[in-house]
Ligand binder design. Structure first.
Ligand SMILES: [Fe+2]
Length: 343
């Protein structure tokens, strides 16, 4: 999920402001600094991307202007803009939207060295984009309302009648939709429809993962499906929104242990191919991954040999199911969710 109230047009970098001022007759800024400014269409969390991109700019001198939005919103915008898109690089929270742009044939092939920086399970087999971060699906539960031993073996069991109305989720967000995409890939269309219908009947719908966790924390619902970092971030801050919440990891290659990959791709229409490739290379490099792990985002690092923040259970211990991140189909998921009345 991304924060409410964010708009595509909203954010201009300091560099952008400076350029605008000088265009209005302010001081003469050297017009030929030789440096490029890349335009990053950013659907990831802004604080995380800022931490990573600052490292890139320090290292290369290449400036980056952000245009922020949600996964689907920015993917659709790029597809609509086509060859005229100002985007040089696109990064998403979850893989379905970066795959929408890949499916439209709008990405340049990535440098082989960039791909080699990330293990295969964190990038699509098509190699059209690359993962640079990951988030794991968890079940947030309130131990005053339910014992961990009474939780079901599979996330799909939460659609059963005994759980009706007890399972919070945020169907409007890209995070939950990626999870649905994984369920569909792992268990097929009909099982996914049945699962979604069960959750829809329960109607414990929230605006975002934070709201789901808050409802569990306040004892309004016993469990909720979220990504791990909402809990870890809250714990690292005040802990107020998670003090009555524990995390259950389904493990066992269950769809409920799905790890969602955040993707990055270089737009074929970019006039700055070399610099754009450098940015994606940096995001997946040891330096970039160290920035990610050291940030407050508490998402997982996915680079080859890269360590994530120490507070997180290591990715290789959570028994995630194997899913090609390029296989998750956003438009099909949207259709399915509309069918059961969730969108
Ligand atoms: Fe999120």
């Amino acid at each position: 999920m991304t924060r409410a109230g964010r708009t595509i047009a909203g954010i201009v970098t300091i560099a952008g402001v400076a350029a605008a001022l000088s265009a209005c007759g302010g001081d003469a800024e050297s017009s030929d600094s030789g440096s490029t400014t890349l335009t990053l269409y950013n659907a990831q969390h802004e604080d995380l991307m800022k931490a990573m991109v600052d490292g890139f700019t320090e290292k290369t001198g290449i400036k980056v202007e952000f245009r922020n939005g949600d996964d689907a919103e920015l993917a659709n915008q790029i597809v609509q803009e086509g060859d005229a898109s100002p985007a040089d690089v696109f990064v998403t929270e979850n893989s379905p939207s970066v795959q929408v742009v890949a499916n439209a044939g709008l990405f340049s092939p990535l440098d082989k060295d960039t791909l080699a920086q990330v293990p295969e399970q964190y990038r699509p087999s098509s190699e059209e984009w690359v993962g640079f971060a990951a988030r794991s699906t968890v079940l947030a539960y309130n131990p005053d309302m339910v014992d961990e031993s009474d939780l079901p073996a599979s996330m799909l069991d939460l659609a059963k009648p005994e759980w009706q109305g007890k399972v919070g989720f945020a169907p409007g967000g890209a995070d939950f939709q990626a999870i649905v995409g994984a369920v569909r890939e792992l268990r097929g269309e009909e099982a996914t429809r049945t699962w979604l219908q069960g959750l829809a009947d329960g109607d414990a719908v929230y605006q975002g993962n934070s709201a789901v966790m808050q409802a569990v924390n306040e004892g309004k619902i016993p469990v909720g499906i979220i990504y791990h970092y909402y809990w870890y971030k809250d714990q690292a801050e005040s802990g107020e929104n998670s003090k009555n919440v524990k995390l259950h990891l389904f493990g066992n290659q269950d769809p409920g242990a799905f790890v969602s990959v955040s993707g990055a791709g270089v737009l074929a229409s970019s006039d700055h191919q070399d610099e754009a490739q450098q940015l994606v290379s940096y995001l997946t490099s040891p330096d970039g991954q160290k920035r990610l792990a050291g940030s407050t985002a508490l998402e997982y690092a996915v680079g080859e040999g890269a360590a994530s923040a120490k507070v997180l259970p290591p990715l290789d211990t959570i028994e995630a199911p194997e899913v090609d991140p390029g296989s998750l189909n956003g438009p099909e998921v949207t259709k399915l969710m509309q069918d059961v009345g969730l969108l």
